[in-house]
Design a protein around this ligand. Structure first.
Ligand code: PHE
Length: 339
């Protein structure tokens, strides 16, 4: 008798159909409500079923419960798809394509330069952008009031004691010398700041990579060979370099380095201003004063240092005429670089 009733309910449930949310919900309540739902009540009565019918009856009850649950979720889903179509959502449309990002040209060039020096055994060091006078100037042989400080127009954050934005990443090398005994062979890429008017050729923010090599018997020939290797790896086989005497407080002797123009091969064009040469970096032998102020024995050790602006190198590599493009984040510009 109870068995027949359950079977009857099952047929009834299977036949149920609706496209109305309220109807579906009251169907669910009618059968499954914890208080007085038909299926719930039948489960409660289960103990009164004669033992020999318990097995079959139990199966039917479970089937009934599952059928109601499935029916409700099917009808709700059905309703949702219909709504989606109504609001114009077409699930058969192809998905939105999304664009892959690309590296900033400055990052591409920085990585490329870093990799070349890493092949020569240089490590990478980083340091803070907000610095003190010691790390940017004093430990690098800039005496107080030395006119060379004017070479680098500094942004000061505080005066006495001076807190400032680093004007070069040589400051990172002071930090390395502080922590590490020679041999030291490291490059420091990073952002630097100078109080300069913004133009196609200058910016108040730019990026540098500076290198430092300190060991016993490091000579000017080592410096030259390292730079020659770099120039050929970066600008291509056959690239030549030339060194012109220069001045930096932290190196003696100092030099400015040019590479043969990679665009005209040295014949002369408007990029190299018909000289056949492009200036790319400054370098020199570390001044003994710098070694001594960083507690390195200048009788035992010698070293070389060099520094270059990444923007300048990137402009030469890609033939970019205006430095400001690197900072504008115009996607039409940035999308042209892959790396
Ligand atoms: N620190 C110098 C600058 O920022 C570059 C440089 C580094 C020159 C090392 C010589 C040796 O202009």
């Amino acid at each position: 008798m109870m068995l027949d009733k359950a079977k009857e309910l099952l047929t009834e449930v299977e036949a149920f159909n609706s496209e109305n949310a309220e109807e579906i919900e009251s169907f669910r309540i009618k059968y499954l409500s914890k208080k007085g739902g038909i299926v719930t009540e039948l489960f409660k009565d289960f103990k009164n079923v004669p033992n020999e019918q318990k097995k079959e009856y139990g199966q039917i009850l479970n089937q009934l419960k599952n059928t109601v649950t499935d029916k409700v979720s099917f009808l709700k889903q059905n309703l949702k798809s219909k709504d989606d179509v109504k609001i114009g959502l077409d699930l058969t449309l192809p998905g939105d394509s999304f664009e892959n990002g690309s590296r900033h040209p400055i990052s591409i060039v920085r990585n490329e330069i870093s990799e070349i020096f890493m092949r020569l055994g240089f490590t990478i060091s980083e340091g803070p952008e907000i610095e003190d006078d010691l790390h940017v100037f004093s430990a690098l042989n800039f005496p107080p009031e030395h006119p060379a400080r004017d070479m680098q127009d500094t942004f000061f954050i505080e005066k006495n004691p001076d807190i400032l934005l680093r004007t070069h990443t040589s400051s990172v090398q002071v930090r390395v010398m502080d922590k590490q005994k020679p041999p030291i062979r490291t490059i420091s890429p990073g952002r630097v700041f100078r109080n300069e008017a913004i133009s196609a050729r200058a910016h108040c923010i730019f990026h540098q990579i500076e290198g430092l090599y300190i060991d016993e018997n490091v000579s000017f020939a080592d410096l030259k060979q390292t730079l020659e290797y770099f120039a050929e790896e970066f600008f291509g086989k056959g690239t030549r370099i030339r060194l012109r005497p220069s001045y930096f407080p932290f190196t003696e002797p100092s030099a400015e380095v040019d590479v043969s123009c990679s665009l005209c091969g040295g014949k002369g064009c408007n990029v190299c201003k018909y000289t056949g040469w492009l200036e790319i970096l400054g370098c020199g032998m570390v001044d003994p004063n710098v070694l001594e102020s960083n507690n390195i024995d200048s009788e035992k050790y010698t070293g070389f240092a060099f520094g270059m602006g990444i923007e300048r190198i990137a402009m030469l590599k890609y033939g970019i005429k205006d430095l400001r493009l690197f900072f504008e984040n115009d996607l039409r510009f940035l999308k042209q670089f892959q790396g």
